[in-house]
Design a protein around this ligand. Structure first.
Ligand SMILES: *Cc1c(COP(=O)(O)O)cnc(C)c1O
Length: 356
């Protein structure tokens, strides 16, 4: 029986080396072995994306939302506001985080899958001087839409705003220009090919002076508190040690493959799958040119329910992903993140042909 291939957007299939790393020795996180491991991970993250001069990194144990909560809750000066662009579950999550922390926010609310209009963003930035942080979800995993990171980032810069990006499902999977980014949020278990349990915030060192003045609004998710501790090899709370072991090896593999190499591999896989989907007559949710490298949203064929499609594919060793919210009845999603072989994508298309 071949292994189960995960075509969901994380957790992803990992390599055997990453899996074996989790069986490394029992460890106390207050010992040098762990603080060395943490320091290595923090610098490999910056090295992989070639941003070690301008950026620093902070690790937090928890899923991607932990790092997102850390970045959102810790980056807004009291009394200022955040611009939130909502065109899927994850943009809406940034909005919900703002609400939990009672932040003022301006919101561009769009239907899921609809890209934001740049003139609308510019008009808000021009008028609303209270905005300090512009947030954007790079790859909106709800639909597979790639939001216009560079264009929004340039607008944020033009108006002197801090640019905060949720790139949890695109980092190392899609092209990303860091030049306009101030804070980037990522996680171990998507395109980085680690396992769930550790996530991170990358932020510009020159923003530290501003960030440090922001009062801690949360005990567990305070960004500068973690940064200070991690800079001196200290730890505030017990980290998910096996997930760190795995991420360290996963980063070695990423650096060896190179980020550009991985983006190409994912892009090639997405193109291969999309060619196959087209041949099967499946309809795409997001038009060409707007799709990420990492996930494809497809309309369910008439007369085929998601449950049946999922069950038949699963019995053949492939786990696919449902639509969320009001897309749950009409679409399904195929991610191509992780250590998946070309032969497995080929077999998937063959199996899909027999059920769709
Ligand atoms: C996966 C994901 C998250 C975080 O989800 P977790 O379940 O907390 O790991 C946040 N934003 C985007 C865009 C995602 O794809």
């Amino acid at each position: 029986m071949p292994r189960t291939v995960l075509l969901n957007p994380g957790p992803v299939n990992i390599t055997d080396k990453v899996r074996q790393a989790m069986a490394l020795p029992d460890l106390c996180h207050r010992e040098k072995e762990f603080t060395d491991l943490m320091a290595a991970i923090r610098s490999k993250l910056l090295q992989a994306f070639d941003i070690d001069k301008e950026f620093t990194s902070v690790l937090v144990s928890g899923s991607g939302t932990a790092a997102l909560e850390m970045a959102v809750s810790s980056s807004l000066t009291s009394g200022r506001s955040m611009l939130v662009i909502e065109n899927g579950v994850y943009g809406e999550r940034v909005g919900k985080l703002c609400d939990v922390y009672n932040f003022y926010r301006h919101t561009i609310k769009l239907d899921w899958g609809v890209p934001p209009n740049l003139d609308d963003i510019e008009n808000i930035l021009k008028k609303q001087s209270d905005i300090e942080v512009v947030s954007l979800v790079h790859h909106e995993t709800t639909t597979g839409l790639l939001n216009p990171l560079q264009a929004v980032g340039e607008l944020a810069k033009k108006y002197g705003k801090v640019f905060l990006v949720d790139c949890i499902s695109s980092l190392a999977g899609d092209e990303m220009d860091f030049s306009s980014i101030d804070l980037a949020v990522g996680t171990a278990n998507k395109c980085l090919q680690g396992v769930p349990g550790v996530s991170f915030v990358l932020f510009r060192k020159k923003d530290l002076a501003r960030l440090i003045k922001i009062p801690a609004r949360t005990l567990y998710f305070n960004l500068t508190g973690y940064h200070k501790a991690q800079e001196t090899g200290g730890l505030l709370f017990t980290p998910a040690i096996p997930a760190h072991y795995a991420l360290d090896v996963a980063l070695d593999e990423l650096i060896e493959e190179t980020v550009a190499g991985r983006i190409k591999r994912y892009g090639d896989a997405a193109n291969f799958l999309r060619h196959g989907f087209k041949n099967l007559g499946l309809e795409f949710l997001i038009p060409e040119g707007w799709r990420s490298n990492c996930l494809t949203g497809l309309k369910l064929p008439k007369g085929l329910g998601y449950e049946k499609l999922h069950a038949e594919l699963k019995s053949n060793g492939f786990v696919i992903y449902a639509g969320q919210g009001n897309l749950s009845e009409s679409i399904f999603r195929i991610a191509n993140m992780g250590d998946i072989k070309q032969e497995e994508f080929q077999r998937f298309l063959k199996v899909l042909k027999t059920v769709s």
